[in-house]
Design a protein around this ligand. Sequence first.
Ligand SMILES: [Zn+2]
Length: 104
Amino acid sequence: MAVQPCPVNGTHLMRPAAKAVVRDPSGKNLTDKYNLGYHCACSCGEQFICEGFPHFTPPGQIGYWVAGNLKLLSNIGGVLTYQVKESAIRHTNASRMEGYRFII
Ligand SMILES: [Zn+2]
């Protein structure tokens, strides 16, 4: 379930975004720890970073995920680094999530 409904589209339309790295406030790399390799974003600013492949046909299990209007720390060479509290990372075995449409 999306944290907030999309103010632009109602359902967030999540398109593949940049390469992203997630760090906790101390700088620990949470992307490595939780395998957060897929990053997509909605035109409203919503970010979604997850372990799995919800944009595939058929969609793959999401696994670990974090989403919201994430705090951007840096954009170096096209790699966006976001700051996230580790407690905000969740896990699901589902391949879809209410509030989001994962598109290519
Ligand atoms: Zn949106």
